[in-house]
Structures are given as C-alpha cells and as structure tokens.
Design a protein around this ligand. Structure first.
Ligand code: AMP
Ligand code: ZN
Length: 454
C-alpha cells in the first residue's frame, strides 16, 4: 500500500495519513446548500474529494471507506428563494438535489456512501444544543441559543486566528442578545411564514453550523478521519463545527485531518453566487463541453492552489482526451500504474498523475493509460462523447427531408425559408456544405443532437 500523505490544515503540514480504523475509514465533506444549480466552484470541491475517495477505496478497499456529504436543505437562502418564487421549500430542495446529483454524475464523480439531509437531523441538533447548554458552552436568550466562544479556549485554532482578528475580518452580526459579538447561533426563532420545529426554546430552526456536528456524530461518532470542504468554509463554519463538537463530546477528537480545497476563480476572483460571477456545470454541459473534459481541467491544478477556468484549458483537455480515448479503445485495464498512484497518494498530486499519463500515452502503454484513467474517473467505458456522431435511420430521413425543403425553398427564391431550414439543421449540430450543381451535403458535427431536428 502506498504511503498516503495529506496536507492537514490543523497542523499546516503534510502528514502521513493513517486511519483510526483501517476497516472503517471515515470522511465527511460539507455539501451544497440546495436552492440553485451547482456552479463550477462547487464542482471543484466535489472532484477533489471524489479523487480522495477513490484513493482511499483503492488503498483500504471499497467496503472499508465511508464518505458522507450532506445536503443543507434548511437555510435562509432557500427560504428567500421560496418566497421570491412563491414555491414550496421542499419542492425547491428536491428539485435542486436532483439537478446536483445528475450534474455531478456527468463529471464522473462517484456518489458518496451517505448523503444526509439536515432536516432529517433536527432531533440530534436539539440534543447537541441541550448538551452544550448543560455543559456551560451555550446559553438561551430571547428564543435564540448561542454558543459562548469564550467558553472554548481553542476557538480559532484551525484557521490560526485570534478572536480579535476574527472580529476584524468577519462580518460578525452584533445583536443585543449576544454576550460576545463572536458568539454564534445554534438555534433561532421562526415566525409563522418560516419553517420551524418545536424545541425547548420555542418554535424555531437551527443555525447553519450545528447540522454538520449533528450528522458527523450520528454517522461517525466522536472521532473520525477526514473532514473536507472549500477553504471559504474554514472560518467561521469549520471553526464553529470544531467548537460545538469538541465541547459536546470532549472525550473525542473530532476530525484527525482537515483538508481544504482552494477556490475556483474567474479573473482572479472567487467564483461565488453572492458575487454573481459564476456559471453552472449545466451551463458548460449545455455548451457541449463534455463532463469528462470539465473533470480533466479541474484535475489539472492541484487542489491547494487557486485555479482559473479558461476555454483554452477546456480545448486542450478535449484534444488530449480524444487522443487518449482513441489509444485505449481496444485496451484492457491492467494493474494501476505505481507512479500514478504515488502522485495521487502524495497529497492528491493530480497534475503529476496527468503528466504521468501523458508519458504513458507517448510510450503507447494503452493498458496502463486506461487503468490510470479509470482510477481518476477518466476514459471510462461509457464515455463515448469523443466518438464521431452518427445519425440513425429516422434522423437520416428527417435530415433528407429538411435538405429537400431547403432545395425547394431556394428553387422558389424563398431565401428566408431556406435560411430558417439551415438554422434548424445548425441548431441540431448539422452543417450544410453546398456543392456545385445545386447539391448539398449534411455534415454531422460533434454537437449533433437528433432531438433538435424538429
Ligand atoms: P456552498 O453551497 O456555497 O455552501 O458550497 C458547497 C461546497 O462548495 C463547499 O465545500 C464550498 O467550500 C465549495 N465551494 C464554494 N465555492 C467554491 C469555489 N469558488 N471554489 C471551490 N470550492 C467552492
Ligand atoms: Zn459543514
């Protein structure tokens, strides 16, 4: 087995990874708040931790790794979306979860072993909150329950900040009912229009951070192996998770390793919904960029570095993948190449693994290239986007009819109609090449979609 090394945010060093129990390796990753399509930044986090999941399965066996990624299905952003669209909250979260799973599957991300939804853990969140009050780490006031940050001396240790830095750097909500502006909400009251649950503090809903502490504890207990997420979550979300879980379960040590992926950027700025400079995975797929190409681009930058999405990178990835697919089309996947495994084991050095795959391709080592690709979620057997597109007999007949309609329109000097037919064919990914003698030929391009033939 290779020696897995991971950069642990807790120590700020690359450390040897040894699980607490090699028969039960446990990884938790903060998942999406579900009210809108996943953007490419969200996808970066998914592909990073999918790669780690694949590595752990390779090393410890698929049955000995549990990967949990939650859905935040109660949140004020979801409530706001429901109010703005006059839709039911449950309808919005269900629909968004469906989109999310489909979009991440197009990026060849494996589904996590468990995908808990926050609203299924309200009872556990109330129990932790009561526990924290009983231990003197939280207080109830005016229908709210707040975590008392001054009761936990390690607060700020993960992100390495002092409380003063945190106050200066964060948008801390100052409220009259808080003992300290840094105290954060565990529970808050809901009015009649807002979703709420019965609790010892009246009808209300949980704060954001408590859900992950509750879900982790329910599935993994007091101590587990890896906690992941984007580095935008390090503070306050992860700092607050640690404070809650460590104070509620002081006998445990919560996550042994913390991994944070750097942000996906657009022109140097974090891609984010609140800034509005984001595009969704669906947008890219709709532009006929195959999911495998998006995945390749995401893998080509180390997760610890910021990355920019560019069309040039997508074009180069597509050219490479087309070559590789051609090369492996008759290959039989063999044992996983040791260099590829070593690169990925070395703090997920995916650019190194891709460079090694380029070498394998150059050397014509098709079997090794194929197994390396499949390990990284590339070159899979059902990824056929790179093959020349063909029309079936029904589509062929329809294309002939349209070509004939265009020929007739031109003969009738109805050029507007001829142009409409050409546009219709173009929309379905068919180019018309006019030949001498009034003949036309239909050329099927890579973006061919027979459903759009009308
Ligand atoms: P959210 O739905 O914004 O809470 O984010 C879900 C996951 O995506 C979290 O792990 C975030 O850290 C991650 N994430 C959000 N924005 C980006 C980004 N621009 N680049 C990389 N990861 C991100
Ligand atoms: Zn979380």
């Amino acid at each position: 087995m290779p020696n897995i090394k991971l950069h642990n945010t807790k120590s700020r060093h690359k450390e040897d990874f040894t699980p607490l129990d090699s028969k039960n390796v446990r990884m938790y990753v903060c998942g999406p708040t579900v009210y809108d399509r996943a953007h490419l930044g969200n996808a970066r986090a998914v592909v990073v931790f999918d790669t780690l999941f694949r590595l752990l399965r390779e090393c410890y066996g698929a049955d000995h790794v549990t990967y949990a990624r939650n859905f935040t299905d109660i949140d004020d952003k979801i409530n706001a979306r429901a109010a703005a669209t006059e839709r039911d909250i449950f309808q919005i979260t269900e629909e968004t979860i469906g989109w999310y799973l489909a979009d991440m599957a197009s990026l060849v991300a494996l589904e996590p072993t468990i995908m808990p939804r926050a609203t299924d853990y309200i009872v556990q969140m109330i129990a932790i909150t009561e526990n924290l009050i009983a231990r003197g780490h939280a207080y109830a006031t005016e229908g709210h329950v707040l975590f008392d940050v001054n009761s936990y001396s390690n607060y700020g240790a993960l992100s390495g900040r002092s409380i003063d830095d945190m106050i200066a750097g964060a948008r801390v909500e100052v409220a009259p009912y808080k003992r300290d502006p840094m105290d954060f909400v565990l529970w808050k009251p809901s009015d009649a229009q807002t979703p709420g649950w019965k609790s010892p503090w009246g009808r209300g809903r949980p704060g954001w951070h408590i859900e992950c502490s509750a879900m982790v504890h329910e599935h993994f207990g007091d101590s587990f192996d890896i906690h992941g997420g984007g580095n935008d979550l390090m503070f306050p979300h992860h700092e607050n998770e640690i404070a809650q879980s460590s104070c509620a379960h002081p006998e445990g040590s919560f996550a042994q390793f913390w991994l944070h992926n750097e942000m996906l950027q657009v022109e140097g700025k974090k891609m984010s919904k609140s800034i509005g400079n984001f595009f969704t995975v669906r947008d890219l797929l709709d532009q006929n960029i195959p999911g495998e190409v998006i995945r390749f681009v995401l893998l080509s930058t180390h997760y610890g570095k910021p990355m920019d999405w560019t069309q040039k990178k997508a074009d180069e990835a597509e050219t490479t993948l087309r070559k590789w697919h051609e090369l492996v089309k008759n290959a039989v996947p063999g044992a996983l190449d040791a260099f590829v495994l070593d690169h990925v084991s070395n703090d997920l050095n995916t650019p190194g693994a891709l460079a090694r795959m380029h070498e394998l391709a150059k050397a014509g080592a098709a079997d090794a290239l194929l197994s390396a690709g499949q390990f990284l979620g590339l070159l899979g057997p059902d990824l056929d986007w790179w093959q020349p597109k063909k029309a079936n007999s029904e589509a062929t007949a329809r294309i002939k009819t349209l070509l004939e309609a265009r020929r007739q329109a031109k003969a009738d000097r109805d050029y507007a109609k001829a142009d409409t037919v050409r546009a219709q064919l173009a929309a379905a990914g068919i180019e018309i090449v006019d030949k001498p003698g009034g003949l036309s030929e239909a050329v099927i391009t890579n973006s061919f979609n027979p459903d759009l033939l009308g």
